[in-house]
Design a protein around this ligand. Structure first.
Ligand SMILES: [Zn+2]
Length: 94
C-alpha cells in the first residue's frame, strides 16, 4: 500500500498548510501548528506536517511517518463532516 501511495499519488500530494483555510473555517483557529498524534504508529507532530491529499472527494490527511489516514474532511453546502478517527487527539490552544 505504501508503494501505491508513493508511485501513484505523490504528485497529488500537497502540504497540509494548503488546507489551513479549511481548518480556519472549521475551528476558527490557526491549526497548522496544532499538535496531533497518529493512532496507527504513535508519531506526534503538527497538523501542518501531515500529508494532504486534496484532489480526493474531500480532503485526506495522512501520517508522514506511516502514511495511514489520520483525518478526512468532507464539505457539503450546509456542513463539514470530519472523520478524525486516525488521530489520537488534536490539540487546540485556548
Ligand atoms: Zn502514523
Amino acid at each position: 500500500m505504501e508503494e501505491t501511495i508513493n508511485d501513484m499519488n505523490r504528485q497529488l500530494m500537497l502540504d497540509a498548510n494548503a488546507v489551513a483555510g479549511v481548518f480556519q473555517e472549521i475551528f476558527g483557529a490557526e491549526m497548522t501548528a496544532a499538535p496531533t498524534e497518529c493512532v496507527h504508529c504513535g508519531a506526534e507532530g503538527e497538523v501542518g506536517t501531515l500529508l494532504a491529499f486534496t484532489q480526493a472527494p474531500g480532503i485526506v490527511l495522512r501520517c508522514p511517518s506511516c502514511e495511514n489516514v489520520m483525518i478526512r474532511i468532507t464539505q457539503t453546502p450546509n456542513a463539514f463532516y470530519i472523520d478524525a478517527r486516525g488521530a489520537v487527539y488534536l490539540r487546540l490552544a485556548r
